[in-house]
Design a protein around this ligand. Sequence first.
Ligand code: ATP
Ligand code: MG
Length: 289
Amino acid sequence: MDQAQQLRIIKASQQNRPMARVITVTSGKGGVGKSNTAINLAIQFRKMGKRVIILDADFGLANIEIMFGAVPKHNLCDLIYQGKNIKEIITWGPMEVGFISGGSGIAGMSNLGSEYLSYIVQNLAELDSITDIILVDTGAGISDAVLEFLVASGEILLITTPEPTSITDSYSLLKALHRHPRFKESDTKIKMISNRVEKEQEGEALYNKLNAVVTRYLKIPMTYLGCIPQDTQLTRAVMQQMPVSLQQPQAKSSKAFETIANRLLGIEETERQPKRGMAAFFSHIVTGR
Ligand SMILES: Nc1ncnc2c1ncn2[C@@H]1O[C@H](COP(=O)(O)OP(=O)(O)OP(=O)(O)O)[C@@H](O)[C@H]1O
Ligand SMILES: [Mg+2]
């Protein structure tokens, strides 16, 4: 099947469908708070009445399921190779946040034949109609797989902490993204979140520092979404496999996630971003367009 054929299948499946907003959470350095951000923003969006699904695209370590305390029966591989439909592979967690475990399914997707592709795309298009927001939690580091997800996303949330290595690794990630042949700054908005800060000013200073080098050497726009404080209540919630936003809604980190979720929903109105939807997201990954 050539690319034109692949694109026709995808376009056909998108007609007259509502499309979900695809937001990918990423970082240069591991362990800086991506999975926590994905899960807590999901809870906050639910509180605001949005339907949310998290796609756990960290194929090595199943982060989200551990944080939810729920074990999914299926993953994306079962959709591709076992003929399951999309609804069968969604696990519903607290507050009806849905999540899909990626498994190792996406790695081999570029080699699939047309019957497989149209099946997958039709299923993913169905996801567009049952959810408003899809949060993609990526693995750590700058791998080709992570970069593919980033160029396919309409929005990237880049998590950075005040640690010097986190700042340099964030810069390296943006540099790799900037060099990616399919990266277009008009299609993918980069939004930074400062995590584990002591004060708001520290979060802003961190953004200013990273943004200065990004503007100077990469010349790509990066906006600031806000900060999440260092919070022992968050650490405790992680130990108990509960999102802090559910367990301690008044905790300072929960409040920060609420502010950021509000800001993201506000941006939707002012930015008027083209919602690209899940089918388009995967078409990028599969066909490279
Ligand atoms: N704001 C915070 N306050 C206190 N602790 C935090 C905060 N953010 C993250 N942590 C701690 O950092 C740990 C790692 O967070 P998380 O699992 O979300 O990172 P990650 O970027 O998804 O990691 P990985 O790269 O391994 O997937 C958490 O278990 C928690 O203990
Ligand atoms: Mg993680």
